[in-house]
Design a protein around this ligand. Structure first.
Ligand SMILES: Nc1ncnc2c1ncn2[C@@H]1O[C@H](COP(=O)(O)OP(=O)(O)OP(=O)(O)O)[C@@H](O)[C@H]1O
Ligand SMILES: [Mg+2]
Length: 225
């Protein structure tokens, strides 16, 4: 079953004087359970693609179907519901709130979606080896731990799909590897669909699908296993 269908996606950025065509007619389907890695040179449109297919940015033309529903035709309320409960995001810069503890950062995501389930939060923190640090603030733990906390936060509402934009970009290679293993665990044990942008070809070993983008076009789309 496909989670996401991308049809003829075009994204332009326009100013008064000129238009930049960043994504040039991209079509592909993401199946449930895919671990898709997107690579490509800097400026090729990877972040733009991730933002468009996750509904963070409006597209210029084409269609994005999330579980069969056209993102362009759903209401703002439904879109925000979708973002809160069905889609998880992990960013390069972790984006944890500095004045909240690790526990509170995760809990906030639940509260926003209308449910602070402390049992589930503690279970997840335990699962991801963060429970001993739950009352620490982000600047008191390592970058790898902060990113694992951001991953737990993205999971709190049990999303079907998780989008990650260079989640290891700020980490040393050992912490990066731990974060990648966390994604692998989510994929294999939780059956999550993962769409990840990365610069590291080494990360392909965790994925089952690779899309390579150059200059806003897919130049390679292959299944790895
Ligand atoms: N808000 C914007 N307004 C205008 N142009 C933009 C905007 N966002 C991105 N671009 C342009 O779109 C192109 C693709 O940018 P994007 O950030 O998607 O690349 P990327 O592949 O993620 O690069 P990197 O690997 O450096 O993160 C770039 O030329 C960029 O300058
Ligand atoms: Mg980017």
């Amino acid at each position: 079953m496909s989670v996401l269908e991308v049809k003829n996606l075009v994204k332009n950025y326009s100013t008064k004087s000129f238009t930049t065509n960043v994504l040039k007619d991209l079509s592909f389907t993401i199946e449930k359970g895919d671990f898709l890695v997107i690579t490509g040179p800097s400026g090729s449109g990877k972040t733009t693609l991730l933002n468009c297919i996750s509904g963070l940015e409006k597209i210029t033309s084409g269609q994005i179907l999330f579980e069969g529903e056209d993102l362009a035709s759903i209401s703002n309320d439904k879109m925000s519901e979708l973002r809160k409960k069905h889609i998880g995001f992990v960013f390069q810069a972790y984006n944890l709130l500095p004045n909240l503890t690790l526990y509170e950062n995760v809990a906030l995501a639940g509260i926003i979606a209308g449910d602070e389930n402390s049992k589930r939060i503690n279970e997840l923190l335990t699962h991801f080896n963060l429970i001993d640090y739950k009352n620490y603030f982000p600047n008191q733990v390592s970058g790898g731990m902060q990113q694992r906390c951001a991953i737990v936060r993205s999971l709190i509402n049990d999303p079907e799909i998780i989008f990650a934009d260079e989640p290891t970009g700020n980490l040393d290679s050992k912490s990066g590897e731990e974060v990648m293993k966390t994604f692998q665990f989510l994929h294999e044990q939780y059956g999550k669909t993962i769409v990840m942008v990365t610069h590291s070809l080494d990360h392909l070993k965790y994925a089952n699908r690779h899309i390579k983008i150059i200059d806003g076009q897919i130049i390679n789309d292959e299944r790895l296993s």
